[in-house]
Write a new protein. Sequence first.
Length: 217
Amino acid sequence: GDMPAEGCHGDMPAEGCHGDMPAEGCHGNNHNARDKVAAGGSIDFGLEHQKVVSSFASLRLDCEDYGVELVQYEDENDLGRIMELITKDLSEPYSIYTYRYFIHNWPFLCFMANVGKEVVGVIVCKLDVHKKGRFRGYIAMLAVDSAHRRKKIGSSLVQKAINTMIDRNCEEVVLETEITNQAALNLYEQLGFVRDKRLMKYYLNGVDAFRLKLWLK
């Protein structure tokens, strides 16, 4: 199925990306600012990366079968609708500065799923230089309205974002999600992500997270 509406995740403080941290992460709950990371190296599942890249490059978005249109963020007029959708199931909403950090720096990696004029899904990502000059994509927020689940909206948004990253020479994509969020794990693993690390007590509620990674090159 699709991601839960609370399916968003903010960036880790340790990444040093932005001062105003999300109060609550999208795949569930509040981050632990101390970022307690457990040792747990990469897991190699023998993924055939070239097939992964070609599958994204030739994708047909399944959500279109349900009358859902994916559109790129245009301007500040879209921001209110994005915030409203992501905030629906968050007990502590993100600051507007957190949204602006991602959307103003990477507007080409923010996509909305529309049914008519209604925004029913959104994905917010970034793309920057990581270790050894590699371009790494990061999925920061993903939300789908509860009334529009099971229409392949979540997976279509992720595919659309990753395809845009590939066009910009992205080599890997990462995100974090609660180890208890089976819907999110299923969605991303079906798209080729693997469990790269387990982050101990990553969220303020004490729940661990998995860092998921998709290698594109």
